[in-house]
Design a protein around this ligand. Structure first.
Ligand SMILES: Nc1ncnc2c1ncn2[C@@H]1O[C@H](COP(=O)(O)OS(=O)(=O)O)[C@@H](OP(=O)(O)O)[C@H]1O
Length: 333
């Protein structure tokens, strides 16, 4: 099998040969080949099959670096529909947590799933995107790594972050803090606090600029988180192309679940036990109902992020749907 992915990926001094070169002999019908060439081809194919059986843990060739609450789990779970994609189960947090980074690359490699030559190993840890030290650390591991960044409307992302905060608060007996206390300035002027953590995470251009100091723009693939929700297969096909994978993911792999309000994996691709296969949706932590937020707060957030959206367009040359939507809303106000 020929998998068209970059031929050599240097990983901390070890050169992994990750591509297979198609022999010119393979274009010739076996019936027309001289006996010796045929024997060589059979031997090389047998060797290739043997190699395919060798499953080892490899450092990732690609990382989903963020952004938090933008659909990173959906992206990774859906991408695993591709037979050559192997993803680490949980979030690894190797490049953002000091104590984990200190454990070294052999620990990191140990967190990866077993894979065959030609598979693409991936992990996702959205905290990487906002961590100052992460780009340099990733670069030191592999200068030619492929990075995937998924973005969604920065205001919706803030509200999603807040929904998680409400859900995970320690004392459920007390009412949750209002979102205003977490994203607006304390003096009550209704302005957004640019230093608030939830706001900071949505300052996409700022974080991306830091990654671009280390990586070439064509090493970073941007996924539109809103489109991943509305038409997952087309966003995933673009990721397949970026990773150099043969296209496999199709619309039939997804079914819209009206109760969940999101696409889920179709029974044909979800790994059910025994013969009963059911559609598989993401867990209840994903796609949860958002708390209602005052219009004045949403408007303040939209105004605040509009200028930052422009900077993101300048940096990436991409205009996302949410930018058009928000601009239209401003026009109507
Ligand atoms: N198919 C499907 N099913 C469920 N949820 C989906 C799906 N596609 C994208 N999303 C969006 O993913 C949002 C959660 O993003 P993350 O997985 O990046 O969150 S986290 O940072 O890992 O906590 C989650 O945000 P919320 O809706 O705010 O919960 C979803 O909008």
């Amino acid at each position: 099998m020929v998998i068209p992915i970059p031929c050599a990926v240097a990983v901390v001094g070890i050169l992994h040969q990750t591509c297979t070169t198609k022999s010119p002999l393979m274009h010739t019908s076996p019936a027309l080949m001289p006996q010796s060439a045929l024997a060589a081809m059979v031997e090389s194919e047998a060797q290739e099959e043997e190699e395919e059986d060798i499953r080892v843990r490899r450092l990732p060739q690609a990382i989903v670096i963020g952004a938090r609450k933008c659909g990173t789990r959906a992206l990774l779970d859906f991408l695993e529909v591709h037979p050559r994609v192997r993803a680490a189960r949980g979030e690894v947090h190797y490049f953002d947590r000091e104590e984990r980074h200190n454990l070294g690359l052999s620990w990191y490699r140990g967190q990866m799933p077993l894979s065959r030559p030609g598979d693409v190993t991936l992990e996702k840890s959205p905290a990487y995107f906002v961590t100052e030290a992460a780009p340099a650390r990733v670069w030191r591991m592999n200068t030619s790594i492929q990075l995937i960044l998924i973005l969604r409307d920065p205001v919706a992302r803030v509200v999603s972050d807040y929904a998680q905060h409400v859900h995970r608060r320690v004392s459920k007996d007390l009412p949750p803090k209002p979102i205003e206390s977490l994203v607006l300035t304390r003096n009550g002027d209704g302005r957004v606090n640019p230093n608030a953590k939830m706001v900071q995470t949505s300052l996409y251009h700022r974080h991306l600029r830091r990654w671009l100091r280390y990586f070439k723009p064509d090493q970073i693939h941007l996924v539109d988180g809103d489109r991943l929700v509305s038409q997952p297969h087309s966003e995933l096909q673009q990721v397949e192309d970026f990773l150099g994978l043969k296209r496999h993911i199709r619309p039939e792999h997804f079914v819209f679940n009206a109760t969940k309000g999101f696409y889920c994996l179709a029974p044909s691709v979800s790994s059910g036990r025994g013969k009963k296969r059911r559609q598989r949706c993401l867990g209840s932590e994903k796609g949860r109902r958002h708390p209602s937020v005052a219009n004045s707060t949403l408007t303040a957030l939209r105004h605040f992020f509009a200028g930052h959206d422009e900077r993101l367009v300048q940096l990436t040359g991409r205009t996302f749907d949410w930018m058009r939507r928000n601009a239209q809303q401003f026009g109507e106000e």
